[in-house]
Design a protein around this ligand. Structure first.
Ligand SMILES: NC(=O)C1=CN([C@@H]2O[C@H](COP(=O)(O)OP(=O)(O)OC[C@H]3O[C@@H](n4cnc5c(N)ncnc54)[C@H](O)[C@@H]3O)[C@@H](O)[C@H]2O)C=CC1
Ligand SMILES: N[C@@H](CCC(=O)N[C@@H](CSC=O)C(=O)NCC(=O)O)C(=O)O
Ligand SMILES: [Zn+2]
Ligand SMILES: [Zn+2]
Length: 369
């Protein structure tokens, strides 16, 4: 079948809106009509050419909501008409990782997903007879996409897709990082570096966890108002200080914060986030994705004196098990999604979403089909 799609033909170039061919779902696969998709910084990261797993031409996008159109052989957990959120972190329930009870990092389709193909090693997308690759197992920048059954969470059909698509990545990652990775406790102090969709979701999660002081840090002060709305108690612009930001945070708090979160993808800031954690027990969670060849560093003394460095993917959330409940929470107002959606646009204007992100003018742009 034909599908309108925004294709990344080349790194560093705008997406092109074209009509691609989408082959039918094979065994264990599902054809989904995407109705809405958020644009996450990770899409921009891969488009920039910095992603070691980046492969072109590809249909990017991984923060979507849609409706099942057709299922391949053997698919039993979803049927045509079901409302779904594609998952870049699958949940098969059978692999070593799923069964461990220790992680959400299912490996069922991860190896082929990283190569831009479906589990059988081939792609369902083509343009002018040439292969176009999948992305993060989702490819939500195509109106019709093919996804592995294990990469779909079935959700309440009454949910607003313009908002719940954000549970496909940004908001879930931030909330989950607080709850599952850092395990923030009532009264704990928190520092959040980077106030995009991820950082603001961390702030929302910290507030929900009953955190005491929540320090929001960004070089773009236009982000502070929304950060305060979500629960930030202090807002800090590193550019206003003539000393390292970690020193600023330590001086503000005495010994540093109980938890810090890096939500940018900047290895220098990752170091600062670790070094503003409390002596003896402070921990720092890396959420941001850094480019190929980048490495983190700090003095080992920072760890010797009790700080911990952690990381999280999709906030440690098991998508098929937990997303349906998170959608219910959003519908009941227990999770706020509306404030994240600063812009909406049709697919034809998707490049504007990237421009707004790079200009620091958006939190989330949601594209509709
Ligand atoms: N680990 C995971 O599962 C996930 C990771 N990510 C990653 O999280 C990061 C954030 O994503 P988004 O919120 O979508 O990005 P965004 O671009 O919307 O927000 C980033 C924020 O960081 C701020 N910033 C940039 N440099 C800074 C600096 N030196 N100091 C302080 N603030 C600075 C920007 O002004 C902006 O407000 C990206 O690296 C993305 O790839 C995103 C989703 C899931
Ligand atoms: N492909 C990159 C790494 C990209 C990455 O770290 N992705 C995050 C999700 S970012 C979402 O917006 C993640 O969950 N990683 C775990 C995974 O299994 O991909 C590289 O190769 O460096
Ligand atoms: Zn994302
Ligand atoms: Zn698994």
């Amino acid at each position: 079948m034909k599908s309108r799609a925004a294709v990344a033909f080349e790194a560093g170039k705008p997406l092109q809106i074209v009509e691609i061919d989408v082959a039918p779902p094979q065994a264990g696969e599902v054809l989904v009509r995407i109705t809405h998709t958020g644009v996450c910084h990770t899409d921009a990261f891969t488009l920039s050419g910095d992603d070691p797993e980046g492969i072109f031409p590809a249909v990017l996008g991984h923060e979507g909501a849609g409706i099942v159109v057709e299922v391949g052989e053997g698919v039993t957990s979803v049927k045509p008409g079901d409302h779904v959120i594609p998952l870049y972190t699958a949940e098969c329930g059978q692999c070593l990782f799923c069964k461990s009870g220790k992680t959400n990092l299912c490996v069922a389709v991860r190896a082929t997903q990283g190569k831009g193909v479906m589990p059988d090693g081939t792609t369902r997308f083509s343009y002018n007879g040439q292969p176009v690759y999948h992305y993060m197992g989702c490819s939500t920048f195509s109106e019709y996409t093919v996804v592995a059954e294990v990469s779909l969470a079935k959700v309440n059909p009454k949910a607003n897709p313009e908002q719940v698509c954000l549970l496909g990545c940004g908001v879930t990652t931030g909330l989950g990082a607080v709850k599952n990775t850092a395990k923030v406790q009532p009264g704990d102090s928190v520092a959040v570096f980077g106030l995009g969709g991820i950082g603001l979701a961390v702030i929302q999660g910290a507030k929900m966890a009953g955190a005491g002081r929540i320090i929001a840090i960004d070089t773009n002060p236009s982000k502070f108002e929304l950060a305060r709305t979500f629960g930030a108690t202090d807002c800090v612009n590193p550019k206003d200080h003539d000393k390292p930001i970690q020193q600023v945070i330590v001086e503000m708090t005495g010994w540093g914060v109980d938890h810090s979160f890096e939500c940018i993808g900047n290895v220098g800031v990752m170091r600062a986030a670790l070094e503003c954690a409390h002596r003896g027990w402070g921990q720092s969670v890396i959420i941001g994705v850094a480019g190929a060849g980048q490495e983190i560093s700090t003095r080992p003394f920072q760890l010797v004196t009790g700080r911990k460095w952690l990381g999280t993917a999709f906030g440690g959330v098991k998508g098929r098990t937990e997303l349906p409940g998170m959608v219910e929470d959003a519908m009941a107002g227990r999770i706020q999604l509306a404030p994240f959606v600063t812009h909406t646009m049709p697919l034809t204007e998707i490049n504007e979403a990237f421009d707004l992100m790079h200009a620091g003018k958006s939190i989330r742009s949601v594209v509709y089909y």
